[in-house]
Design a protein. Structure first.
Length: 54
């Protein structure tokens, strides 16, 4: 899993979809492990967005 390669452990995941307007909402809790090289909230946000970008 790509999140694990970045140094995160997935603790909880919730996916909600709405077929009428074709939108999907992801909500998840991550644990940052000691080997994670991302240091700021902006870096984490950008890395996660890249993973889920379609």
């Amino acid at each position: 899993m790509l999140l694990e390669k970045l140094g995160f452990t997935l603790l909880h995941l919730n996916i909600t979809s709405s077929p009428c307007n074709a939108s999907v909402s992801y909500s998840f809790n991550l644990k940052m492990e000691d080997d994670c090289n991302l240091g700021s909230a902006d870096e984490i946000t950008e890395a996660v967005r890249q993973i889920f970008d379609c």
